[in-house]
Design a protein around this ligand. Sequence first.
Ligand code: 5GP
Ligand code: MN
Length: 338
Amino acid sequence: MEQAQALKAFLDQPRRIVVTTHHKPDADALGSSLGLAGYLKKKGHQVQVITPSDYPNFLSWMPGNEEVIAYEPAKAALVANKIKEAEIIFCLDFSALSRIYDMADMVRQASAKKVMIDHHLEPEDFAEFVQWNVNAASTAQLVYQLIIEFGERAIIDTDIASCLYAGLMTDTGGFRHSNTHHEEFLIASDLVSLGANPSRISKLVYETNTLERLRLTGFVLSEKLVVLPEYKTAYITLTDEELRRFSSQTGDTEGLVNYGLSIQGIKMAAFIYKRKEDVKLSFRSLGSFSVSDLSRAHFEGGGHKNAAGGQSKLSLEETIQKFLKLLPTYKEQLNAID
Ligand code: 5GP
Ligand code: MN
């Protein structure tokens, strides 16, 4: 509360603001950023949203998308300049600067005040203002709560509400995951009363496929899903050749990991695939088993207890072998979950 009021006081005059979020933004990362940016713009600030990479096409409907700068090496000077000039930088949906890759040093060294709004486990300490709540299902709802704490609900219009609703909807898995509480429904309900359209947003995010993406899903389910009953684990791997074969675009693999977890009796699912120079891992689990701990301990990653990610500098095959060799260590824990 005190922090929120200090932040509000800082925002009492027009500021040059950068809003950023994690690499390969998902709907919560982008939705919370564009929702906040929409609010700040209406307050008269000069706002630039910068993402550390591109993001899926199914998010490009979000109001404000056309003004986003998606970092790529060719834009390094432009991005460095925006960050250097900013008076305040909002860091949304991540809490370790390593998650913004090439932009990490720029933000670390910037003279701007830094704000972290996030819900991931074990945050780093790099921001002056922190709105962090690990019990919140989404960063989007933390942005909503901040605007409410500022006493400015009336500023939330249909565009802002839609971006925030999209973040809340996806980070709860469409209001299905165990992070969906009474509070999440109350906030979703208020966002709908402020103009968010649930069926439209769900259609835009969940049911806007390319044929190639559906074919890739079919291939994964029929050929690439491996089940290890002994470890209550299912995993999927994809090589760069396989991704190319299906003309895979950013976002096409999102959600694949959940198929493994939907199999009866499975408590942990992994998805391991080649992404540019390194190998990316996605983990999901049920109940007490923390994939965030697993990912932090072995794959330079982290996230939430039941949804986490990480990476590996080993080859794809070596990473898969590393993952498989770890399973006996976790066998007892995995078999203890009811
Ligand atoms: P996903 O598997 O969908 O990429 O990520 C699942 C969750 O883990 C998300 O909340 C995401 O922000 C987080 N996450 C993904 N990759 C990483 C990572 O490399 N490090 C950390 N700390 N969190 C990650
Ligand atoms: Mn999130």
